[in-house]
Design a protein around this ligand. Structure first.
Ligand code: HDE
Length: 697
């Protein structure tokens, strides 16, 4: 039926939506706000009349300008100016001999890559051709997760230790006071720093060579710089230095040319990369390694962990292990080139770090950078950063979370999969999971993920704690376990806890088991035998060395009503104050009570709003009339009942006895008249009363 409406159906959407036909432009789709509301006019703000003021309700304008205002993210502190491309990597025969990494296993199989080339010193809008080191960062989206080989076009670096990196970068960036020069090392602070850093001398040779004025991004060599480890299927370790050799050859400009290009076409190299890919002239590099062992390393006159050194190819040839082709320019510069987050810490099984102190510092640094640039710990979910293999873990939430995991299992270990209706989530795998190797080197110690044997006793001190407690505290602890485990719907969890408790104290397990009405299972397997350690009374609260012994600092609730003896109230308040405690007069009405002699007894709290749980002990200063009035007041009965149930001291006038009776107060050492005994009693709780008022486990 042609009624001027089209019918659209969204994916998985069972309802038909009838929407007005978009007319001549409908093939391009409708312009909408970010909330999906179609926009009727993208040219004019909403105004009160044709020449009137703009209206606040113009949500279309507000959203559009708001979003625009926030389009920029912090640029990279180094390597801000960059150009990137997608492509693929193919391993050669033989690569698998060196590394078990999945991407090296099947020669010819393509692993997607994203490569970003960059200058170091200049800002994001600086020119392409300054004299500068170039970044050469490759992200391999392998079946085993992302591997980032974040290198440069020069095989050495300025400094030997990450500690000096901020100083190096500060010195080369535009000078702090004057804000220039942009993208140039030819200035005081850089050369001042360098002149004080002899370790930078080798790199300076490279930096002043034609290497730092490459003709094109396509004609640059790339280097991993640090020594890395490769690990084969039998966990044999080989040290390697990575090399990218351009099939296009290595070519540079001459300085005068570079300077002129900067003026003529500031985007010369970005354009060159774009145009080459657009015309199908896909740039290609061969990945090679210089592979060696510790014995070879020991034979060199320098340390292979020192990133200011190369191993000349003449000494150790580069062995090709694969090739990389860049065949697709990003669709969107910001989404991909700007948001790509490289991290040298991203490695896969089959590749590992060395102890190069510069590399180790980098492993720490890049995550911080990504969080501050991309604003959220979920930056890995941005498409250009997301691995192309499954990602499963218990990391959750955070700003801009795009995933909606189902179920309760957001922690591990869990046994939820053992229940019929739940999923337990992913699990670690000691066989296929990434394992750090320190083999092949001379570190002298192993890098391990282990818990030492000396940490294996999990029960002896739990037993010590439980057994050191006062019996009242033990009962509380057992009852707390009964309460908590009674809320646990999964029976297997209750049983497992009981079997753990047997290791702590079989009697405790029995008491908790009785409280749950469940049989006590056998003790769970303890890693080492549980020991009976000497008890420590210092661990007690009740009857322990730190239990308060006087009334100081306590708040005493003094309950009054019409007819109370105002003088008796004053006397009690004075005694409480003298003892160092605080008296809080509580009356049925906040305006106070009328004393027997007609004077007003001012109140600090109203009865219903000041229950006895808010004070440490209570005193009932009541007349017969006042008491009988309160007998009809649930808040008053509860006031007394709770104080008794919470094992607090209760001082009372004789006339208050009916209220004590109604609240079920039984005589004990904590129930006194209002004399000196009360002040002494108000210092503590009466634990021996507890069995009278509640059943504990
Ligand atoms: Fe980097 N480096 N770097 N770097 N680096 C960054 O991370 C850092 C170093 C390299 O195209 C930052 O995401 C420290 C050596 C490249 O996005 C930051 C140290 C090498 C790129 C960072 C080094 C590199 C970066 C800034 C000394 C060659 C651009 C933005 C311990 C092997 C990646 C970012 C891209 C980027 C820190 C030294 C290469 C700040 C602390 C050596 C190619 O995290």
């Amino acid at each position: 039926m042609d009624d001027g409406f089209t019918t659209e159906r969204g994916e998985g959407d069972e309802t038909h939506q009838r929407v007005p036909d978009g007319g001549p432009h409908s093939s391009a789709g409708h312009l909408t706000t970010n909330q999906g509301i179609r926009v009727s006019d993208n040219q004019n703000q909403l105004k009160a009349g044709a020449r009137g003021p703009v209206l606040l309700e113009d949500f279309v304008l507000r959203e559009k300008i708001f979003h625009f205002d926030h389009e920029r993210i912090p640029e990279r502190i180094v390597h801000a100016r960059g150009s990137a491309a997608h492509g693929y990597f193919e391993a050669y025969e033989g690569a698998a001999k060196l590394s078990k990494a999945d991407l090296f296993q099947c020669p010819g199989e393509r692993t997607p890559v994203f490569v970003r080339f960059s200058t170091v010193a200049g800002g994001a809008g600086s020119v392409d051709t300054p004299r500068d080191v170039r970044g050469f960062a490759v992200k391999f989206y392998t079946q085993q997760g992302n591997w980032d080989l974040v290198g440069n076009n020069i095989p050495v670096f300025f400094i030997q230790d990450a500690m000096k990196f901020p100083d190096l970068v500060h010195s080369v960036k535009m000078e702090a006071d004057r804000g220039y020069p942009q993208a140039a090392s030819a200035h005081d602070t850089f050369w001042d720093f360098i002149s004080l850093m002899p370790e930078a001398t080798h790199m300076i040779m490279w930096a002043m060579s034609d290497r730092t004025i490459p003709r094109s991004l396509r004609t640059m060599q790339g280097f991993g710089v640090h020594t890395f480890r490769l690990v084969d299927a039998k966990d044999k370790v080989t040290f390697v230095k990575f090399h990218w050799k351009p099939k296009q050859g290595v070519a540079s400009t001459i300085w005068d040319e570079a300077v002129k290009i900067a003026g003529a076409d500031p985007d010369f190299q970005r354009r060159d990369l774009f145009e080459a890919i657009q015309r199908g002239d896909f740039p290609e590099w061969e990945l090679g390694v210089q592979a060696f062992d510790q014995a070879f390393a020991d034979s060199l006159p320098f340390d292979v962990l020192d990133p200011t050194k190369i191993i000349p190819e003449e000494v150790l040839p580069v062995q090709p292990i694969g090739r990389m082709v860049l065949d697709r320019y990003p669709d969107n510069f910001f989404a991909e080139t700007e948001q790509v987050a490289f991290c040298p810490g991203n490695i896969v099984p089959g590749v590992d770090f060395t102890e190069d102190p510069l590399l180790q510092g980098r492993l720490f640094s890049y995550l911080d950078t990504q969080k501050s640039r991309l604003g959220t710990a979920n930056f890995h979910q941005i498409p250009v950063n997301a691995p192309k293999c499954p990602v499963m873990n218990f990391q959750r939430d955070g700003m801009m979370q795009m995933l909606q995991p189902k179920g309760r299992a957001n922690y591990e270990p869990n046994s939820l999969a053992e229940t019929a209706s739940e999923e337990g989530g992913p699990r670690e795998c000691p066989v296929t999971g990434f394992r750090t190797t320190s083999a092949g080197g001379d570190l002298g110690v192993e890098k391990l993920r282990v818990r030492p044997e000396s940490f294996a006793d999990h029960y002896s001190q739990a037993r010590l704690f439980f057994r050191s407690l006062d019996p009242a505290e033990q009962a509380h602890l057992a009852s707390a376990l009964v309460f908590e485990l009674s809320k646990v719907g999964i029976e297997a969890v209750r049983t497992r806890m009981l079997s753990n408790l047997v290791n702590v104290d079989p009697d405790l397990a029995k008491r908790v088991g009785a409280g749950l009405n469940m049989p006590v299972p056998k003790a769970s397997k303890a890693a080492v035998p549980v020991q009976d350690l000497e008890l420590s009374p210092a661990l007690r609260i009740i009857n322990g060395p730190l239990e308060p012994t006087d009334i100081k600092g306590h708040v005493i609730g003094v309950l009054v009503a019409d007819g109370s003896d105002a003088k008796a109230v004053d006397k009690l308040k004075a005694a409480i104050k003298k003892a160092g405690a605080v008296a809080k007069v509580i009356a049925p009405k906040i305006g106070g009570a009328k004393g027997a002699d007609g004077t007003l007894i001012p109140a600090d709290g109203q009865l219903a709003g000041t229950p006895s749980v808010t004070v440490d002990a209570i005193a009932l200063v009541l007349s017969e009339d006042g008491c009988s009035a309160l007998l009809k007041e649930a808040a008053a009965v509860q006031f007394v009942m709770d104080a008794f149930g919470h094992l607090k001291a209760i001082g009372a006038t004789e006339a208050a006895q009916p209220l004590l009776d109604k609240a079920g107060v039984e005589p004990d050492g904590g129930v006194t008249d209002l004399g000196g005994d009360f002040i002494a009693a108000a210092a503590k709780r009466f634990w021996d009363r507890e069995p009278k008022v509640r059943v504990l486990a």
